[in-house]
Structure formats: C-alpha cells, structure tokens
Design a protein around this ligand. Structure first.
Ligand code: MRU
Length: 360
C-alpha cells in the first residue's frame, strides 16, 4: 500500500543483511522506519509492538530466525532463537506457525546452508502473506458487492482494532475486502472502533484508511451496539489472532462484545482468517487459547499529540488505581457468520474448516 504516494510493505529486507520495519508505535503522528540487525532486535520489535498484528508478527519471527542464522547457525543457536521468538507474544498463532516452519526447514540442514535457506524461507512466508491477503480481499469483495446490490446505497462496515495492511505484510486481512471494494468503485464507509487500550483503530486503521482515501469515522469502543440498533452497520468485519478447529475466534479485546451486538441486531459478523491463523490443535477457544495479559500502564495512561505539537503520555486513572489488561477475547463460533479465507468463505464449522484449510 502507499504512504504519501510511495508503495510500502510493513517489513522488507535492506542492505547489509538487515530487515527494516515501519515502527508502528510512532504512528499516526510520525512515520518512522526501524532497522532490525539481529534476532534480539526482531524479538524486541514484536514484544514492544513496533510490529503487531498476527500475520506481521509471524513474518517478523521468520526474519528473526534468518537474522540469527546469519550470525550463528549452530543447532544450539537455532533452538535458542526459535524458543525465544515464539515466546515474544503468546496469543497470535501465526508467530508460532512461522517460527516452527523455519525450525522444521532448518534443523535437518548442515550449518553452512542454514543462513541462505532461512532468508529464502522468510521471504517466501512474507510473499505468501501478500498473496493470501489479496485472495481474502477478492473473496470478501463478493460479500460486500452482494450487500451493495441488495441495499443500493452506501455499505457501512464496522471493524475493530487494526487488521489492515499494517497488521500484515501488505493488504491486510479484514481490510483487504474493504480496499478491494473501494478500488472497485463500491460506495462504502467504515466505522472504526478506537480499540482501547492501545487504540490501534484510532491510530492505525484510521491512518491507513485515510492514506488510501477510504471514507471512515472513528467511534469509541462502546458506540457499535448503538449504531447497529439504528441500522447504521451493514456488516462487521474483523481479523483474528487464532481460530480454533471448530471456528472459535480469538481477536483483540472487545471483539466478542461486537459479535454479541451484531447477533442481537441481525448484522452479519465476518472474520478474515488467513490459513496460518487456524490452530487445528485447539477446539474450545475460551478454555484453550492463551490470552496475553499486558501491563497496567496501557490502561492507566494514554498518549497522543497535544495541541502544542508535542507527543505526550498522561495518566487518566487515579494514582494507585489497579488495572487489568487482557489483550484478547474469544468469540464463540456460533456468533460468526463466516470466515473469509484465501480459499473462499467458510462456515465456522469444524468439518468445513478442516476440509477447506487443512493440508494446505
Ligand atoms: O495486539 P495487536 O495489535 O497485535 O492485535 C491485533 C489484532 O487483534 C488483529 O485484529 C489481529 O492480529 C488480526 S491482524 C490481521
């Protein structure tokens, strides 16, 4: 996608055997790129959310292994790097999927061949991500086209968090259909949940929709239900960090409440799910998916651009207040209208999901 007219991916290889990323902690007020020189840099970027979004942290993990292999390619180094990277964030299964794919490929190879193979594989995972998302965009486009044909006027979508191109290598998952529909000339508008506590909606989704010229409106997290009651939402579309074999969807905290409101108001609730986000080893998402618990500061403080042009952080809860910060929740399959995958739209049903995505 383009930033001020220049095409970018969120992660790319750069001179001197390094990787460059867009530092997402600086958006939307500053556009800054950051060079990752070694595996520790990659691990820190994932943990510190300079890169975030399930597909992108997977790709960064893969590049982290490649960065490690170019410095030390022993069995011990491979094991230590993979073990560390996989733990950088616990919920999005894409990270584990990508790192384990690297480990499986590299383990049997002689040390001297590992670095070259690792770079090639990380590049392949990044390119595959772009292909997958483009395909999700095409399948999701059909859903939006149908809605538009039926309604005959502006299609109002609602999305939570950021599952746009910033969360992937390019295109995004939930926003890929939005971009495809907008580029096809469909009259649409996106309600953007601000997505407390880190505000990925207000900061990142609004920024990238604005870069592409897609009409959108930022709303507070609690506004969605009200808008649905008044017929102002035609479709909810969100991303996922992990989807279980039976179709339970783990995504950014607050997604479940949107699914409940959508269900109560007869609004279709779609989840964009690339193949690597499926965790076929898990079934009951509420019991089994590890939910990342993040620090209290994200809840007690907010930061942003002040009227004097300075970016500052300020406390919004009383000093000494305790805060809890579960970063994700699980939407049970029964609340999901469909999973938009790279192979088409599938019902959140174990048999259908396995048939469509397993053995890919
Ligand atoms: O904590 P984040 O910003 O990594 O959470 C991101 C989300 O919850 C996204 O919706 C999800 O990863 C899907 S991204 C295509």
């Amino acid at each position: 996608m383009k930033v001020r007219g220049i095409p970018y991916r969120t992660i790319w290889e750069t001179a001197g055997g390094a990787v460059e990323i867009i530092d997402q902690t600086r958006l939307p007020h500053e556009f800054v790129t950051l060079r990752l020189e070694n595996m520790r840099d990659a691990e820190r970027a994932i943990r510190g959310m300079q890169v975030r979004g399930a597909p992108l942290i997977g790709v960064t993990g893969a590049y982290g292994v490649a960065l490690s292999m170019q410095h030390h390619a022993s069995d011990a180094a491979l094991k230590a790097s993979c073990d560390l990277l996989v733990k950088a964030r616990p919920t999005a299964v894409n990270l584990k999927w990508a790192v384990e794919r690297m480990r499986a490929l590299l383990s049997p190879l002689p040390e001297g061949e590992r670095a070259h193979a690792a770079w090639n594989e990380a590049r392949r995972i990044a390119d595959e991500d772009v292909e997958i998302n483009a395909s999700i965009g095409r399948h999701g486009l059909e859903l939006i086209q149908n809605l538009h044909r039926k309604k005959g006027s502006t299609v109002n979508m609602l999305t939570h968090c950021n599952a746009g191109w910033l969360a992937t290598v390019d295109w995004g998952t939930a926003l890929a259909p939005v971009y495809a529909a907008f580029d096809a000339g469909i009259d649409l508008h996106v309600w953007v949940d601000e997505t407390r506590p880190r505000n990925q909606g207000a900061s990142l989704t609004a920024w990238e929709l604005m870069q592409h010229g897609v009409p959108h409106t930022v709303i507070v997290d609690n506004a969605g239900g009200h808008l649905m009651q008044h017929g102002l939402v035609d479709m909810v579309i969100v991303g996922a960090d992990r989807v279980t074999a039976r179709g339970d969807v783990c995504n950014k905290i607050g997604t479940y409440l949107k699914a409940l409101a959508a269900h109560d108001n007869g609004v279709p609730f779609y989840v964009a799910m690339p193949g690597p986000t499926l965790d076929p080893a898990m079934s009951d998402g509420i019991r089994e998916i590890p939910i990342e618990e993040r620090g209290e500061d994200e809840v007690c403080y907010m930061s942003g651009l002040c009227d004097d042009g300075e970016i500052r952080r300020m406390r919004i809860a009383p000093l000494g207040a305790k805060a809890a910060n579960p970063a994700f929740d699980v939407t049970p399959a029964r609340l999901v209208s469909g999973l938009i995958t790279e192979r088409g739209v599938v019902a959140p049903d174990e048999g259908m999901i396995r048939e469509q995505l397993e053995g890919r």
